[in-house]
Design a protein around this ligand. Structure first.
Ligand code: FE
Length: 349
């Protein structure tokens, strides 16, 4: 190689390296977030992170299923740094499919309860739960006595025949609740319980949680399951028809004298192929800060995962405090496949 050519090659290599460094420096200022959350207060949540760190958030919004499909198809080329999902069953699935990179963080381990974190592989947790929601029972106040529906077990009791409405048994929220029941009482009793629920149905499963609440208010059913935030949303609505629905229904946090009410999580973790790992950890730690916790939880009328964080939310105040189950969220997720087999056997659509 002539001297000139050598210099040229060196300059070229240097130029490429400098370009790569520049690109990296630029990337360090951008966090790519795949989010299944879509709440107004999240805008403030993200803006505050950018203000504090100078890291801009580049966001892709989709539902959980869409995000999981996208991550899978993108594989190692995925630009995602952080992934936020809204249910334990889905967090568990993403973990099982290897879509998260483990994160070891003293901040997160200290701030978030172990029951609300994904499996610790030895290199850290796969994901972190940042807010909780309860799977509560709603009942028609005119037709039902509260004491007849204040446990999950009673949804399968013959005294409630023809009264129960639910959404699809295979929906992640139900898979998580049923996975918790399986953890609590074992496979035989869990399956018998599911069979009892099917026998008590007022109609075949359909609709979402809000539809169940409305069906209870209209008298189509007398008792139903819903995530707490759907009821909270109706309670805080300024539409007269939503208020009318709320007036007709009572809410009960099941199993207060027993194992406690089933609680699910919304959370996230670092993407398996995150390019900007440092910013990902920074963002995950930020979400556990007092300020971020109140935005994160309040945006969807949920409870902050970090103990002691206060949220000014009239619906949550109206719910009051309650006893939560102690079943680890990760165990609930792991039971999904077994639960689905049970649902198929008992004909729970
Ligand atoms: Fe939901």
């Amino acid at each position: 190689m002539s001297r000139t050519a050598t210099i040229r090659a060196t300059l070229l290599a240097f130029g490429l390296a400098a370009g790569a460094v520049a690109a990296q420096a630029q990337d360090a200022k951008v966090l790519r977030l795949y989010s299944a959350r879509h709440y107004q207060t999240d805008e403030a949540l993200y803006a505050n992170f950018t203000k504090a760190t100078g890291i801009r958030i580049d966001r892709v919004d989709a539902d959980d299923a869409g995000i999981l499909a996208r991550l899978k198809s993108e594989g190692a080329a995925s630009p995602a740094d952080v992934v936020l999902l809204v249910d334990a069953a889905r967090l568990w699935k993403a973990e099982a499919d290897g879509l998260f990179a483990p994160v070891r963080s003293a901040v997160l381990e200290q701030r978030l309860p172990a029951t609300l974190r994904g499996k610790d592989s030895g290199q850290g947790s796969a994901w972190f739960g940042y807010s909780t929601r309860a799977r509560v029972v709603v009942y028609n106040k005119a037709g039902v006595k509260k004491e007849d529906v204040d446990t999950y077990a009673e949804l399968a009791d013959p005294k409630n025949k023809g009264r129960v409405c639910t959404r699809s048994g295979s929906h992640p929220y139900n898979l998580s609740l049923f996975g918790s029941m399986l953890e609590r009482v074992g496979p035989e009793r869990a399956e018998a319980w599911l069979q009892g629920v099917v026998a008590n149905m007022a109609r075949a499963p359909k609709g979402g949680d809000t539809d169940q609440i409305k069906a209870v208010a209209s008298g189509e059913c007398q008792v139903a399951l819903t995530n707490s935030y759907y009821l909270a949303r109706l309670m805080r609505s300024d539409k007269a028809e939503d208020r009318a629905v709320v007036d007709k229904v009572g809410v009960v946090f099941p199993d207060q004298d027993g194992a406690g009410t089933h609680v699910n999580v919304s959370g996230g973790g670092m993407a398996a192929h995150a390019k900007n790992r440092q910013a990902a950890v920074q963002f995950l730690e930020y979400l556990a800060s007092d300020e971020a916790q109140s935005y994160f939880a309040n945006g969807n009328n949920e409870w902050p995962a970090v103990r002691g964080v206060k949220v000014a939310n009239p619906a949550l105040d109206a719910f009051g405090s309650f006893r939560q189950e102690a079943v680890p969220v990760a165990a609930v997720g792991a039971n999904q496949a077994k639960v689905q087999q049970m649902l198929d056997r008992v004909g729970y659509k």
